[in-house]
Write a protein of this length. Structure first.
Length: 169
């Protein structure tokens, strides 16, 4: 007996919520609304599009497109998330790593943020991610250049004089 839409979604819900949190820069209210909107639209489209690609990837692509649509129409506001400050012990960093990642995503524009989620964090191919985003492969590569900004935001400000010295200098 084929699995229902609800059964399939149930298996993917945790991953989709993590994606929504990343895309919405850790704003739980907007992430939850994005997820609900995506599920409503996905339910409507499922019968017509079922089987076109693996269900997990189909849902992820719908979530990303829904996010970009919501940014465009102003439903999901883009604003830089407040910077997390303070020193963390190793245990605290491990405990809050996801929240730090989600907040750091707030400094990255919407389309590059979606591209980073698909390619770096979900391991999609460039071609598949470009297709999901509706952009050329060359544009996707430009979006992925924002990974450095994301990493800098995650790592926080560097202190002057603390950069590593090349060996042999």
């Amino acid at each position: 007996m084929p699995r229902t839409f609800e059964e399939k979604v149930g298996e993917e819900l945790d991953g989709l919520y993590q994606a929504a949190l990343f895309l919405c820069a850790g704003d739980r209210r907007w992430a939850e609304q994005l997820l609900v909107d995506t599920m409503i639209h996905a339910f409507r489209a499922h019968a017509a599009e079922a089987g076109t690609e693996p269900f997990e990837r189909w849902l992820q692509a719908r979530l990303v497109r829904q996010f970009l649509d919501r940014v465009t129409d102003g439903t999901v506001p883009l604003r830089a998330a407040p910077r997390v400050t303070g020193a963390y012990s190793h245990g605290a960093v491990a405990e809050f790593a996801a929240d730090v990642l989600f907040r750091a995503a707030g400094v990255v524009p919407a389309q590059p943020r979606a591209a980073l989620w698909l390619v770096l964090l979900r391991r999609w191919s460039y071609d598949d991610a470009a297709r999901a985003l509706g952009v050329e492969r060359s544009t996707l590569k430009e979006f992925l250049l924002y990974r450095d900004l994301l990493l800098k935001e995650i790592l926080g400000p560097t202190q002057q004089g603390s950069s590593p010295v090349e060996s042999g200098s």
